[in-house]
Design a protein around this ligand. Structure first.
Ligand code: ISE
Length: 336
């Protein structure tokens, strides 16, 4: 498909879906949105218009099977990711599936099986932090050997105050799934054990989540912490710090100027994730469209999506047992 335009079908036109539609339509060479689907017809119609007149579907399967849809971007609610991904693989369509790949390990395993039966990678998972320039610079420094072997990983993921709190289970599968993936891909090691502790958002609801820390042990002996807040009270921040044998290096994700004035020093913090990661989404979609054109899927794979859910389910088990839990996956298939 070299040098052709990739016709993208978009499933889900909520916050992330409409962001992707705008980036594909206005900032991604070689791509255009030709079809959109959402159960909210008005929202789908608005995104279709903004995308230059895409067709509106009320049925995801019909969009996936449409002859003029070359590739599919799944941005539906988490619970619908797995069925969409399976339908795309069955139709032989390249697909970018927003995180999480699925909401259970079992569904992610079904997707792995379907892709292996197809005999080729078709799926990329929307772990866009792999395309964040601050994260990439830190990975490059780590891979250069400048700080020696990585010994400790620290991830910080602070969400702003939201209209309602979420459970610790949702925090793990929907939000901390990013940090689990970051820990795996940046350290270049699988997570062997997790121990999750949290602070409820509502004292009357023990499984509500305000703040959580996951203590992790990696294969090879490194350790780490993934710190998460569902209500930072000040804005949105994601940073990573890695300590090696000869030094410590961290991301510099906040590029706002530091203002010294009136006896204080201050720096603006992004209000939420679309602001902090917009450039990462642009780079992620450019890479995805390039991979569709070459016919060779790249970036975070179904294996990454699966392993993040294996770790997530061990975290959920830890919330139930109150103990550290082992992470037991399957042998990494040669295809990944
Ligand atoms: C959201 O779905 C994201 O993907 C954001 O990156 C994350 O920070 C947020 O907590 C999630 O809800």
């Amino acid at each position: 498909m070299k040098n052709r335009i990739v016709n993208v079908g978009l499933i889900g036109t909520g916050m992330i879906g409409s962001l992707h539609a705008g980036v594909l339509s206005n900032q991604t060479d070689g791509a255009r949105v030709v079809a959109v689907m959402d159960v909210d017809g008005d929202r789908a119609a608005a995104v279709a218009t903004e995308s230059g007149g895409a067709r509106v579907y009320s049925d995801a399967d019909a969009l996936i099977k449409a002859a003029d849809v070359d590739a599919v971007l799944i941005a539906s609610p988490d619970a619908f990711h797995a069925e969409g991904a399976l339908a795309c693989i069955a139709a032989g369509k390249p697909v970018l599936c927003e995180k999480p790949l699925a909401t259970t390990r079992a569904d992610a395993e079904r997707i792995l099986g379907a892709e292996m039966a197809a005999g080729r990678r078709l799926l990329q998972v929307g772990f866009m932090r792999e395309y964040d320039r601050a994260h990439r610079a830190l990975v490059d420094l780590l891979r250069s050997g400048d700080i020696g072997r990585a010994l400790r990983f620290r991830g910080i993921h602070m969400n702003p105050t939201r209209s309602r709190y979420i459970t610790v289970d949702t925090a793990i599968v929907n939000s901390l799934i990013h940090d689990i993936h970051s820990a795996r891909f940046m350290m270049g090691a699988e997570i062997a054990e997790v121990f999750l502790r949290w602070v409820p958002a509502n004292p009357e609801d023990a499984r509500s989540a305000r703040y959580a820390i996951i203590h992790v042990s990696f294969d090879g002996g490194a350790i780490g912490t993934l710190e998460w807040s569902g209500d930072s009270g000040y804005g949105y921040e994601v940073e990573v710090e890695i300590t090696g044998e000869t030094g410590t290096a961290g991301t510099t994700g906040n590029h706002s100027p530091i203002l010294r004035q009136g006896g204080t020093r201050s720096q603006a913090i992004t209000p939420d994730w679309p602001d902090r990661f917009f450039d990462a989404y642009v780079d992620e979609l450019a890479a995805w469209i390039s991979s569709v054109m070459t016919g060779q899927a790249t970036g975070p794979s179904a294996w990454d999506g699966y392993m993040s859910l294996v770790v997530a389910e061990a975290c959920i088990k830890s919330t139930e047992s109150g103990q550290p839990e082992q992470v037991i996956g399957v042998e990494r298939p040669a295809m990944y």
